[in-house]
Design a binder for this molecule. Sequence first.
Ligand SMILES: [Zn+2]
Length: 233
Amino acid sequence: MSDIQSLLALQNDDLAIHELETRLAALEPRIRELDVRRQRIVDGLTRQSGLVAAEEKKQAFLRDKIEEHRGLIDRNQSQLDLVKTMRQATAAASQMEQAKQIVVSEESDLLVLNRKLEELRGVLHRAQADLVACEAEQETARTEVAADRAAIDGDLATAALQRTGTAEAVPVALRTRYDRIRNKKRVQVLVALNALACGACDTAIPMQRRHVMMSGTTIELCEVCGVLMYQPV
Ligand SMILES: [Zn+2]
């Protein structure tokens, strides 16, 4: 096998590896998208739990107040039974009336609060159900992504092993040259000449180098774009 052929074989292995790495990288946005969607529901759930807890606190406070004021009414009632004078009776009755009005207003506040809590809890339960549904739905997607990743990882291991074998056939100096030029963006390093011009940037080969290139056995560096060029035979 000529140097050109062995280097082309190595480049083919690298292109295959690059393709696998690209597919692997493409899985990341899929996972991110799943995470973002789930997190959005979790955030909403946390916010809603906070709202419900705050209103429950208000509700407990209001219930205590009502309890307290009802006790006051009961005590006023007992006092009213004990009063001797008309004046005392009027004072006690007025106090009791005030306490009753307070309780009425508090009970109406409690009703409003209960309705609000019911609504908030409804939203919370819907968010909880959304999370369960989301996780169930994502389980399939996550299993798929994990299976894809495992398959690609397996192919990559095989491809890397094959590349090691292929690389051994390429002379060390040429391999080093090739590896230096190759990077994540430039995966096509060894490029065929196209009508005596660089196949990558289309710059014409200088006259004095044409003859040696036409032999089909040399590899030359393109001075303009930096790829390695060869003449296909
Ligand atoms: Zn070029």
